[in-house]
Design a protein around this ligand. Sequence first.
Ligand SMILES: Cc1cc2nc3c(=O)[nH]c(=O)nc-3n(C[C@H](O)[C@H](O)[C@H](O)COP(=O)(O)OP(=O)(O)OC[C@H]3O[C@@H](n4cnc5c(N)ncnc54)[C@H](O)[C@@H]3O)c2cc1C
Length: 417
Amino acid sequence: MRYDVAIIGAGIVGLSAAFHLSEENPDLKILVLDKFHTYAQGNTGKSAAGFRDVFSSDISYKLSSSSIKFYDHVQNALGIDLGMHYVGYLFLLDDEKNAGVLEKIGKKTSISEVDLDSLNDMGISIKVDEETKKVMGISDIKSAYIGKNCGIMEPDKIAAFYYKECLKRGVEFHFDTNVQKLNLEPKEPLNFPGEPFIWQDKYIKSVTTDKGDIEADTFVLATDVWTNFLTDRIGVDSHIRPKKRQLFKIKNEFIASVVSKSFIGTESFPFTVFPKGVYIRPAPSEKTFWAGVADDIGRDFSFSEDPEAEEQFYTYNVYQVLQAYMKQLSSSSISGMWAGYYSYNTIDGNPYIFRSLNMIIATGTSGSGIMKGDAIGRVVSSLYRGKDFTYLYGGHGIKTEDLGVHARHVDMEELVL
Ligand SMILES: Cc1cc2nc3c(=O)[nH]c(=O)nc-3n(C[C@H](O)[C@H](O)[C@H](O)COP(=O)(O)OP(=O)(O)OC[C@H]3O[C@@H](n4cnc5c(N)ncnc54)[C@H](O)[C@@H]3O)c2cc1C
């Protein structure tokens, strides 16, 4: 089996890459492979599915805002429901530093300061009691900002959109196909044992899967947190580490009564980020909140194929912060939980998209791969075509190599959630 391009991974990144590659190069013979039985079963299916263009770095802003515009176009101009709702992102801040970051971001996109008194109606208390302050080291809310070009969506619907469009364009999909290794070969083999030698030009000739070998001219690794398992064996560094992330579905009567309500000019209860990185994502159709946290130091980089959410992690970490600011959550109970991983770029928090041999590696989405998915697919397509500049949807563009390794040119992203 031989293809022009074989994409490993049918998450949002692989699907968007397949879509843009097929759109821009209609004659390409493209294959997408995934070990799961269908698309979007990896971290794409586990995400909190929030979207925002509130990022401190210019590059993350461009990747997210252009992708949001594209998804909006699909939903509103093409009439394909992606479950997008502009519920807003509410940032509750207990320090000056982040307020400065948000003020700066406000010059690029629609963010406004929220009157702290209006939080009362949402059940949010800006004052923390003295005992809690002492024990937990948390403080009163000093300012609040709402990002308007932000909200929630349904990644499985975005994935379905790309998948169907790819099928129409003749892209092939092989599911239930696990890529076991990348086969590094000399371009001009001498058929000596031990090839390829250091002095030989090398390339990835094929991949070995549990269903046989597949050859392609170019391989795209859209394998997210699994990338290292393939690249480590051939000495290519993907520059990411796995970071476990968990979500807890919580419910009670209070949540049911507020989750669909409009409070500060948004469609419903906003995606709300508390101090210490704890957040709640409204799920109006289920009448629940999904609670999570962008925990960092203390959480190891180990990886398990099937990670489980830890109820105790919720009880002793997430819940403690939530109930300090929202007393009505004290009676809530967990009605579901799950866990996945961020492919975490620990240096600057932005994706890595680069070429190595005849491979294009797109990973390091660091917790915002859905909301940047369309732009990432466009960068992959540009790299494939050798274009120095990538035009993103809605007018922005970036230098293609800015997200690479050697000529990387990005600011550190301060708002990884
Ligand atoms: C708890 C949690 C909350 C999140 N919240 C948000 C959010 O609110 N907003 C947001 O934008 N992002 C969020 N993210 C991040 C987002 O989910 C990821 O950035 C995004 O899904 C990455 O997409 P992907 O296509 O790179 O990876 P994936 O969806 O993981 O796809 C990779 C695919 O590669 C396949 N694969 C890997 N190795 C092999 C192999 N050897 N052979 C065959 N197939 C292989 C896997 O099966 C998988 O399907 C969250 C993530 C988690 C875990």
